[in-house]
Design a protein around this ligand. Structure first.
Ligand SMILES: Cc1cc2nc3c(=O)[nH]c(=O)nc-3n(C[C@H](O)[C@H](O)[C@H](O)COP(=O)(O)O)c2cc1C
Length: 162
């Protein structure tokens, strides 16, 4: 029996995931998107894996530049997650209303007020169906406020968690 894609989607939506913003800087423009398929894959060496839709603009950008940043969003940052997941938003200026600073190695945008930040260089990209798994070597890490909560993607909604 083939797996029902709707059932697969709703079943996996019960697996909670932390919400992040992945960003990269290419040709003086900040590309950024909300991403919850993030895995801390290895501690030694530190490696992160993200799963990106193969047809997404953020995935295309990673063909042009091999460094990128992740901001692990805090509980009060749902509007940023919504905005950077909205289809058709312009690339140019999409971060103009999102306060950010620069990651030390990649120069990617790190969202101000996030719970933690990671800076990465792509080690390998593995095709996985309609997504690509992007493995990144961790170049730098920073922690945000000690009292920051989290945003959790569960059952297709984003929930604040403190
Ligand atoms: C909470 C949440 C989590 C998401 N996680 C992912 C993800 O892990 N991978 C992915 O490719 N898209 C994910 N998306 C969808 C992208 O954010 C969305 O398609 C975005 O527009 C992609 O940006 P782009 O069109 O500039 O590439 C997520 C959306 C939301 C709201």
């Amino acid at each position: 029996m083939p797996v029902d894609p709707d059932l697969f989607r709703t079943a996996m939506a019960r697996l909670p995931g932390g919400v992040t913003v992945l960003s990269t800087r290419w040709k003086d423009a900040d590309h950024a998107a909300t991403v919850s398929s993030v895995l801390s894959a290895s501690l030694d060496p530190p490696i992160i894996v993200v799963s990106l839709h193969a047809d997404s603009r953020i995935r295309d950008a990673l063909d042009q530049v091999d460094t990128w940043g992740l901001s692990i969003l805090a509980d009060d940052q749902a509007p940023i997650a919504d905005w950077l997941a909205s289809p058709g938003r312009p690339v140019i200026g999409q971060l103009s209303r999102v306060p950010h600073h620069r990651a030390p190695e990649s120069g990617a945008a790190w969202v101000d007020g996030a719970s933690a930040w990671v800076d990465c260089r792509t080690r390998q990209i593995v095709p996985a169906g309609d997504h690509d798994l992007v493995l990144g070597d961790v170049l730098a890490v920073r922690e945000g406020r000690s009292d920051a909560g989290a945003l959790v993607h569960l059952r297709r909604r984003v929930h604040p968690l403190r």
